[in-house]
Every structure is written in C-alpha cells, then in structure tokens.
Ligand binder design. Structure first.
Ligand SMILES: *Cc1c(COP(=O)(O)O)cnc(C)c1O
Length: 726
C-alpha cells in the first residue's frame, strides 16, 4: 500500500484559518454530522442549496469575500474548532466499539462488495434501496470502527434527473459525473501513473481505474473503465447501472467480482471476510479459488477455504428477480477460468447451474454465492422464510426450516436520516451520547419524558420545512418557464402544513403498488376533501428508464394528481433522491407503503420515517411485519396472502380505506387539548419512536452481521478456534 499515492485535487483555495475545510470535503464524515454541514452552509446558504450540497463545487464557486468573512465570525470559528476537534478524535479512533469489544480482531479485514452505494445526494452512484443500505452499512462500520473496506463502481452516467411531462410521462436527463467535481480521491502509482488493474474479458484486456471515497474511517474504492487504454466500447462498461443487456451485465459483474479482487490486492489488502451484498459480485468466489490454485492449493481445499470466509446477503424474494446468465455467455467469458481451475466445463457450470421448468439451463449468481459461502442471510424474518423455501432445492436432504440461510433484518444509519431538530430533542431527553447507544432498547424508554408540546413543535417544524422546500422548488420551475400551470398545482403549491399529510416515496416498481390507494378513486376523493378533516398525499419516485410498466404507473398516479377534483391534495414531487427522501421521511405525518407481499424483502424508508416520529401505515411485509406491535402505527391487511393478485389488491385497498377513515384520520384531528395538541397521536409517535428507533437501527443490524456472519467467517481461518469449537 506504501507505493500508492492519493492526490486530493487542488481545485479551490481557502483562507488559512479555515483551510481544513478541504479535509472535510474529502471525507464524507460531514454527511452525517449536522454541525459539520453547517461549516459549509453558513458560508453561503443559497449557494450551498444551488450546488446541491456538493462541497467541491461549493468551495470552487463561493465568493472569496464570503470565505474571508467567516474567518472573522466568532460563532463560525467556535463551531469550526469544535467540529475539527471531534473529527480528529473520531479519526484517531482511540476508544471505539470494535476495539473495546474485539481487541484481538483489530487487524482483521472485511471486504464488502456492492453494485451501488448511496452515501449522499452529491455522489449519485446509487439507484435505490440496495444502494442506500450499502451506504448506511459503510457509515456504521466507520462509527463502530469495524476494519472494513468496500468495492463498487464509479458510474459516470448512472444517474438521471427526473421530470414529469404534463401528460405524466417520466423524462430522464442523464447526469455526467466528473471526478474533479466530486469528493473522490484519485490514486496514483509511485511513477505518477493512475492506479489501474486489468481483467480479462473474453480475450480482451480491460483496464479499471481505481478511485477512493473516504467514508469516515472506511475507504470505498470505485472501479471505472473510462480510461484511454480501453477500446471505446469498454470505456462505457461502467457508465450506467442495471442494464438489461446481458452481455454488458456479465461484463460488469466480472469487473466487480474479479477486477474488485485485483483492486484489493493492488491496494495491499488480504481480507479475512468477503461479503457479497447481493449476487452481483459473486464472481469474486471464482477469482479467489483461482488465486489459491495458483498458490498450489488443490481445488477441493480451495473451495472449502473460500466457503469458510465468504458471506452472502440475498435481497431478492422472487425467483424472477434473480440474476442469471445463459450458458453461452459463460462459455464466452469463462473457458479460460475452468482451465485455470483444472476442472471441466460441467464442473464449473455445476457451481451455479439452474434448471428451469421450461427446459433451459442458466448460470445463477445467487446460486453461485449460496454454494460458495458458508454464511448466508436474508434481510427480514419473512424474507428468510421465503428464501429458505426458494433455495431448499440446493439442500435436498433438508427441510425448508433447516436450510442454512439466516436472516438479519435491515436497519438505517441514525446520523444520516435523523432530522437535526429531532436529534436535539433526543440529546436533551435521552442523553448527548444517544447516537452511540442507539441500539439500546431501554435508552429509548426515555422518549416518554419528552413533553408533548415539544415533540409536536418539532414535528410541526419539520412539516413546515418540507412544504417550504416543495414550494420553493416549484416556484423556481415556474419562474424558469419550464412547466404548465397545472404542473405547478400537481407539484404541491396548494399543500397546507396544518393538514394530515401522507407520504409515499420509493422507486416506482410495479410490485410496490403506488396505485393501490387510487383503487377506489371516489372513496379516496371523499377522504381527501372532508371539510374538517382533510388529508393530503405526497408521491415521489423514479422508474428505471427501461421499465415501461413502472413509467405507466407514474403516469397513472400523475393523472389523478392533476385531476382538479382532488383540490390540490394529491401531489407528485419530481426527482426523488436522498435529499428529497430526507425531507419527506422527516416532514410528513404518515408513511405509506403498499408492496405486494412478500416482494418487499425488507424496505427501509419506513424505518427512516419512524426514527423521526412519523407513523407507519403499511402492508405486513419485510421489516414492518416485525416492527408493528398494534400501537406504533397501522397495518394494511393481515398475514394472509391471496393466490389471485386482483383479490389481494381489492382486500388490501378496502383495509387501507377503512383504517384511514376509522383510525388514522380521527386520531389526528380529534381529542385535541386546549393547546390544540393531538395527545393520542403524540402518544402513538412516542410508542413508534421508542419501539422502532433502536430495533431498526443500522447499529443493531451491523452488530448482528458481525456476530452472526463476520465472526464465523473470521474463525473459519483460525485452526485453534475451529478445534476448540469441535
Ligand atoms: C431509503 C431510500 C430508498 C428505499 O426505500 P424503500 O421504500 O425501502 O424501498 C430508496 N430510495 C431512496 C432515495 C431512499 O432514501
């Protein structure tokens, strides 16, 4: 690692007194620390918003006079000094959870591979929930001081901004990312050439540049094939996420799995645990077997060895969602591999062979990952049951309940998703160190101590903030002459911060049923327009540009949003991303989720809402099946699954309207105190925060990964320990 030189770009200059803003810019620690964010925003709030919270662009564009001004501002400088004291002590990592808990394991290494990482809106190399989970995983690994290193892609054209046309069609504008406008650190070799690793793709040598993103204490390395050494087509390999072109897809998965291993080696890592977050990176197993065989380890022992150290997390509850390749593609890309491994084509294909009822055979990435890791998990209890049933055929002599796939339910990174204002309340009533004890169930009993009026004031503040933000965005669009008047209404100018507000925001995939609440439109309209108890609903979400049914769903929702009969109480917010997600999960009253069971493996956006005192109203799928206790939100439907999807929709919609009319709306509007506090509603909020914030924290989740998945992998390499356990 000594011969690798990181070179932080020198694209802005700073007054000496505040020149450490550069260190902050190139370490994403500021993303989950509100006082650190203020060091940027307080210099020029409007520019900070306009540059979309991207500190590189912000510091490049900000006027020198503004930078100079803060160097005379006592308040600013006090905060500056405090933030850097905290940052330095954080990075020095002296008294950390991992060191205290596992002092003898601090020199181990865990490698974490994921197709996408959602760390912040200014670094858009993610698409949706999987990426947000990976990003939250890294942040918590940093907080716990887990010795983790991550591998992903720098997608230069992976992200698009969404505009909805007047007739409800999603228009996508591609963003082109440039490394020197992002908090990305280029890596060089000693001779100043960019650090690159190559991989063989069907006889072509393809080069990957390696970039670094520093996430607190955790490094994330991003691969990028857009380098001169590659043929023009290969330069595009890492441009976009989730292509439906299978050949492009297998190439990307070879890059992630195999070039990813090469990258770790070039950087000097020798991981003890290899975590595949979803099957996209499963080719890393093949490359590691090849390495061992090259070192003289016989094939069966090599397989056994890597199985011991591999961890695989599945996120896919339906067979059709699984990633698989036709065998001709495997022949094209892997013939050299089975020669190197000294096995036959059949033996190689057998590692991941899947027989379909229609007679064809494919090579399945989750099967490869399941066969070649001894530590396997699903992401919620129900998803665990579904996965054990789905993959039982790989363990034909076991009953489904004995299939060795455990579950660890997803969680969210507290610092990232918690509103500053709510954090201040928790610090006051739970203790200033509450974030370090966020998974402690007893700690959260103290939520009861928060006075109703204070909690309600914080909730009202966040709702006003959401609506002010929405109005400002629409006003800007209107000002620029980009939209028709009806779109101004559809985008939320008629929203009212005193009304019960429901949020529905996530990717528009059909199984998420964004249209369930529109099932009986007349009944919905009468709910929205009740004179003294009105309701407003804010929708947001993107569809993958190639997902036609998803885009039709947006159109169906938008048609209702535009309809004057809803009186401006149905709203569609364009361009859902982490920034909008934060506003919504912090600012609405109710978080609605209506997936078709059991398709939502876990879901996490409702967990973000719960942390901020928003009440969940959801199908009993994924995490909510475990989180719901009868008093901390509401269920849509029950545990029964209908064979007929139309019957399911009908029953779920009935349940949704009934609960809304009979429980949710009265709870919000009735039984108000003389100070106009909805005491029963506030009691529900407290119950929701108390029970859900610790249980669905990323801290609880990551500690379970450590204890149930990473430690067994580490111990598989420790012969003494293995003998003791036998
Ligand atoms: C949390 C989050 C998701 C995941 O949402 P689900 O409703 O759990 O699918 C997707 N996109 C963004 C931007 C998020 O912040």
């Amino acid at each position: 690692m000594d011969n690798i030189v990181p070179e932080i770009p020198n694209s802005f200059s700073l007054p000496r007194r505040i020149n450490r803003l550069r260190d902050l810019t190139y370490n994403l620690w500021w993303v989950w620390n509100p006082e650190a964010q203020m060091l940027f925003s307080q210099i020029d709030k409007a520019l900070w918003e306009r540059t979309y919270h991207n500190p590189v662009i912000f510091l490049r564009q900000v006027e020198r006079a503004r930078l100079n001004a803060v160097t005379f501002d006592r308040f600013y400088l006090d905060n500056y000094d405090r933030v850097f004291r905290n940052f330095d002590s954080y990075m020095a990592a002296e008294n950390t959870w991992f060191k205290r808990t596992y002092p003898d394991l601090v020199n181990r290494q865990i490698a974490y591979f994921s197709f996408e990482f959602g760390l912040h809106e200014s670094l858009p190399v993610y698409a949706g929930g999987l990426g947000i989970l990976s990003g939250d995983h890294l942040k918590e690994a940093s907080d716990l001081n887990l010795p983790l290193v991550a591998i992903g892609f720098f997608y230069t054209q992976g992200y698009f901004s969404q505009h909805i046309t007047e007739d409800g069609w999603q228009e996508a504008t591609n963003l082109y990312l440039k490394f020197d406008e992002l908090p990305i650190i280029p890596l060089f070799q000693e001779d100043h050439r960019p650090l690159m690793v190559s991989v063989d793709l069907a006889g072509r040598k393809v080069w990957n540049r390696i970039w670094k993103v520093q996430v607190g204490r955790v490094p994330l390395y991003l691969l990028d094939t857009n380098v001169e050494e590659n043929a023009p087509a290969d330069r595009q390999l890492t441009a976009r996420l989730y292509t439906s072109d299978l050949e492009l897809r297998i190439s990307q998965e070879i890059l992630l799995g195999i070039a990813g291993v090469h990258a770790l080696r070039a950087l000097g890592y020798d991981p003890n645990v290899w975590h595949m977050n979803e099957g996209h990176s499963a080719f890393l197993t093949i490359e590691r077997i090849r390495e061992l065989i090259q070192d003289g380890v016989p094939y069966p022992q090599a397989v056994e060895k890597i199985q011991g150290t591999d961890v695989f997390t599945t996120h896919t509850p339906v067979p059709a969602g699984n990633d698989e390749f036709p065998l001709w593609l495997i022949d094209k890309y892997f013939t050299q591999y089975w020669n190197d491994l000294g096995i036959s084509r059949d033996q190689f294909i057998d590692l991941a062979r899947t027989n379909h009822s229609w007679g064809s055979e494919t090579f399945s990435m989750p099967v490869l990952a399941l066969r070649l890791s001894n530590q396997r998990n699903a992401v919620s209890e129900l998803h665990g049951q579904v996965s054990r049933k789905m993959w039982q055929y790989l363990w034909p002599d076991r009953r489904p309940e004995d299939v060795p796939i455990i579950h660890v339910t997803n969680g969210i990174h507290t610092g990232t998703w918690l509103a500053h204002r709510m954090g201040a309340l928790y610090a006051q009533y739970l203790g200033t160190d509450f974030i370090d004890r966020v998974d402690d169930l007893d700690l959260w009993d103290q939520v009861e101590k928060i006075p109703d009026a204070e909690l309600w004031a914080a909730r009202r503040h966040l709702k006003r903030k959401l609506m002010a933000y929405i109005r400002e965005r629409v006003r800007y669009q209107w000002l620029n002459g980009k939209v028709h008047p009806v779109q101004v209404v559809a985008a939320g100018v008629l929203l009212d911060p005193y009304m019960l507000t429901i949020g529905f925001a996530r990717r528009f995939a059909t199984y998420k049923r964004a249209n369930l609440i529109l099932h009986d439109i007349d009944r919905l309209l009468s709910i929205l327009n009740q004179p003294n108890k009105p309701v407003q609903i804010i929708f947001a979400g993107k569809s993958h540009p190639a997902d036609e049914p998803g885009k039709l769903l947006i159109q169906e929702v938008y048609r209702q949003v535009k309809d004057n009969r809803n009186g401006g109480r149905l709203v569609f917010l364009e361009d859902y991303d982490m920034n909008i997600a934060r506003y919504l999960v912090q600012g609405v009253d109710v978080w609605l989720n209506t997936p078709r069971r059991p398709n939502e493996a876990s879901g996490t956006s409702g967990q973000k809402a719960a942390l901020n005192g928003v009440l969940n109203f959801s199908v009993l799928d994924g995490w909510w099946r475990e989180g719901y206790n009868g008093h901390n939100g509401w269920a849509i439907g029950d545990d029964t699954e209908f064979a007929d999807p139309n019957a399911q929709d009908q029953a779920d919609a009935e349940s949704l309207y009934d609960t809304l009319e009979n429980d949710i709306i009265p709870l919000y509007y009735l039984n108000r105190t003389a100070e106009n506090l909805p005491v029963d509603w506030i009691a529900h909020e407290k119950e929701s925060i108390r029970t859900l914030a610790p249980q669905f924290s990323m801290r609880r989740m990551l500690i379970e990964y450590i204890n149930q998945l990473y430690l067994p992998a580490i111990h598989s390499q420790d012969p003494e320990r293995a003998i003791k356990e036998m």
